[in-house]
Design a protein around this ligand. Structure first.
Ligand code: GSH
Length: 342
């Protein structure tokens, strides 16, 4: 069978998300380690150069695709078995919400901790270069690492990491380490004894936070060795026996803390960002977790809110009632309040 190809890097959380997913699903793949700045010669260029870039098909039919969330859905239609998308409507929505939270909020912690403190930035710079190739001479590598670090540090504010927002991001990460550790201790995964897309999205950000970057890795190692060990297991779940999804009556107990965290930090962010985007602003200021948050508008994340709203709209009446009951009081319900523009 033709293997799906992907260009990615070990320091790119979304690459790790997809690599672990391909392994769990036993989809034949060919991993091309590299940089989105230097795609493989003769290969098509995706609409936006991001890692991972997936290449579907061969020769003239080869197609370059980015964005892990839709790629996961495409892989579900092209390869059977070991699905990561729960067929139950309510679980399906929760999976999408948690995946989105990990991809769009937890990545703020990942980017923040990588570049905010000098110890972490000095650690990441050379790794990012040697992940591309181990044969760069030292002086060239050092120059590239310095350039890379400078560019990324200059971009910290784009994801909302500044001295003002640092306490919010760091407190959320510390709470999440505890919340995720307790979830993993109960059933092994976010939505049962089998992994869903949400698990791979969370794992993705934590491969960096928990392993690569010294400051957040120390926090995890100290507070949650179970979660830290989980990361090494999720990297390759090819031999995991088939499991089951959570029963409806177990959802509230298992998910309450995580939903409250999403409602506490991510939902206020999504709403303020979408309002500012609708008003044509380039920046916005809001309050998150009782503290001031400022950042440039992120149009992609305005789309994320729309996607979550459409997904709730698409639910059958019963599933929507069950979802609303589950989200009630978590702060997540504010996403669907009618008066909020998007
Ligand atoms: N939504 C995308 C995000 C991918 C992404 O942001 N990748 C980062 C690396 S982890 C990237 O390529 N950044 C390069 C850039 O922004 O120039 C996905 O889920 O795949």
């Amino acid at each position: 069978m033709h293997a799906v190809e992907l260009l990615g890097a070990p320091g790119s959380p979304y690459t790790r998300k997809m690599l672990a997913l391909l392994r769990y699903r036993a989809i034949p793949y060919r991993m091309i380690w590299g940089s989105h700045m230097q795609p493989p010669q003769g290969y098509p260029v995706p609409k936006v150069k991001l890692l991972p870039t997936f290449y579907f098909g061969e020769g003239d039919a080869r197609e370059a695709v980015v964005d892990s969330t839709p790629i996961i859905r495409r892989l579900e239609t092209e390869y059977a078995g070991r699905s990561v998308l729960p067929e139950d409507e309510l679980l399906g929505f929760l999976d999408l919400l948690i995946e989105d939270f990990a991809d769009e909020w937890m990545t703020k912690a990942m980017f923040h901790y990588r570049w905010h403190y000098s110890e972490d930035a000095a650690n990441a710079g050379p790794l990012l270069i040697f992940w591309q190739s181990p044969t760069y001479p030292d002086d060239v590598a050092q120059q590239m690492a310095d350039g890379f670090a400078r560019r990324q540090i200059d971009r910290l504010y784009v994801v909302g990491s500044t001295d003002v927002t640092a306490p919010i991001i760091e407190a959320s990460y510390t709470r999440l380490v505890g919340i995720l550790d307790r979830m993993v201790s109960r059933t092994g995964f976010m939505l049962g004894t089998r992994p869903s897309a949400a698990d791979f999205a969370i794992y993705a950000q934590l491969t960096q936070l928990g392993i690569v970057d010294p400051t957040p890795a120390r926090i995890m190692a100290g507070a949650a060795p179970r979660l830290r060990a989980w990361l090494d297991r999720v990297e390759d779940l090819s031999g995991l026996p088939d499991g089951t999804w959570l029963a409806a009556d177990a959802l509230a107990g298992h998910l309450a803390e995580l939903l409250a965290e999403i409602g506490r930090v991510y939902v206020p962010f999504l709403l303020a960002n979408a309002r500012a985007a609708a008003a044509g602003q380039s920046d916005f200021e809001t309050e998150i977790d009782g503290k001031r948050w400022t950042q440039p508008v992120f149009p992609y994340q305005a789309k994320c809110l729309m996607t979550l709203r459409s997904a709730r709209e698409a639910l059958s009446g019963d599933a929507r009632v069950a979802l609303d009951a589950l989200l009630d009081g978590s702060g997540c319900e504010a996403m669907f309040a009618d008066e909020v523009a998007a």
